[in-house]
Design a binder for this molecule. Sequence first.
Ligand code: GLU
Length: 580
Amino acid sequence: MPWFATSFKRGSKHDRALLLFVIVSYCFVAGICFADAETSPRRFSAVVSVSQPQAAEAGAEILRRGGDAVDAAMAIQYALGVTEPQSSGIGGGSFILVWRAKDHSAWFIDGREAAPMAASPHQFEPFTFDEASMTGLSVGVPGTVAAFQVAHTRWGNLGFGENIKPAIDLAENGFPLGKYVAKILADKKYQPRLNEAARAVFMPNGRPIEAGALLVQKDLARTLRLLADNPAQFYRGEIAQAIIEAQRTSRAGPGGEGRMQIQDLLRYEVRVRKPLEGQYRGYTILTAPSPSAGGTTLLETLGMLEQFPIGDQKTGYGEASPRTWHTLIEALRLASADRLRYLGDDKQTPLPTDQLLSKNYLKARAAKISDQVLKEVSYDSFEQEKGRNTTHFSVVDQEGNIVLVTSTVDYIWGTGMMVPGWGFFLNNELTDFNLKPEGPQLGMELAPNDAAPGRRPRSSMAPTLLLKNDQPFEALGSPGSASIISTVLQTIVRTVDFSQPLKSAVEAPRFAQTSPRDEPSFESGWHSDVLDGLSKVGHVLKYEGRGMGSVQALEWSADGRPHGVADSRRDGTVIEVPVQ
Ligand code: GLU
């Protein structure tokens, strides 16, 4: 007989009452605990999905030490600045989309580079894109350091210095150079971009460092150590002074010297705002607001596509049908015309974002799409095809907080100007402004994307989160300038309309339609029926090898468990950190 039964039988009336009280209380407390265990959110492994293995490991390490998604994202970003400096780094800008599991709030941290107060709409007129992008004139006030500082102050768990430590170690002790960076470094087209300081690091003895060889960056390590003590030092003091001096130079002749003053660095402000929100076939989409056009153009295109049953094979659509891809191309052409005409920095110019995304406008725009290629989708912008660079990574921690980052120095190696003695590259983000002012052709003083003092150049970067019934469903983003919008769009269409697993959607061949006029560009791997069908209705197709975009993404299974997906187009890496 168990002890409580014997004591119940043997004990006095008082003992029995006491025992009964103990048992009832225990059941009551246990009931509450079990009920609570059922309702409190389940914890799953944290996941990082990054374009480069050492940077992914930096994020994973921080998560293992108790860091949250913001800490891990900071570690990844700083590490990427060491391991993939041609794509992003402290001399560039970042967009950070944050989703908080506790209250389902979403935030957008705009760390986009800003034009100095001495900028003017005509400043790039004498230059081609290639020339302009190697001048000090194209350097925007960098925002990445400040953006992560703001995110960390709001949501970080570990110390700032602790989060930067993995990057310092990578720079100080070196790491084997990855295949992707080595390939870019070996490319003769990009080598002339590197200034003397950069050549000393990446092409010692005149030869590019090869994949697998150790890359040590002592100057960068010193800079990062200073920032680990106090990130604000980036915007004042020695580092700031060195940035000002470096950008005063021009490799494109007179007039290309940068106009940034120390006051521009001191006055740099991170903008914290709500993400742009839209709906697509029952999913809520949170994405990038101005100064990116990426989010608006993505939502506008999806809004048009919603008028067509593109996932339905029975009505002549579906993945294998040229009609589906024709509809995507045409919707992208229409939305691109609006992007070029109307979008820019909304803190300086009111933008018609609400009108572009209104139901009536989307219906009218979609009604223009017919079976044949539209002859007239024009807005004569001077925008040129740019590089396909940058980086995107995604992180979710064990509490379910999500951080999505698209970060850039713009073109490959940015301006190619490494700040002498400090080991980091300066961006050329200001060439994302109209290189020739478009205000005059529109009969206005300044077009939304003409360069102006303090203005942020229009971007296409689009860190994006899809929610289903207010729960995370898919998180993604990509590099690739204006082709980012096509890449993110196709990944969403494949998962939502064709019900493909995210990994297949990411690995599937892509096309890019980045302007109203230019021909769509196709990666290799498309089915010839699709390509023939598109040619038949009047599309003139361009072809390029595999390498369009690089989507580092997350998806959630029905029980709320996150899974990472990395793109094989770069050295993409997923690491799961199990619940300890
Ligand atoms: N500067 C570009 C943008 O903001 C990103 C550069 C790229 O992805 O290559 O859209």
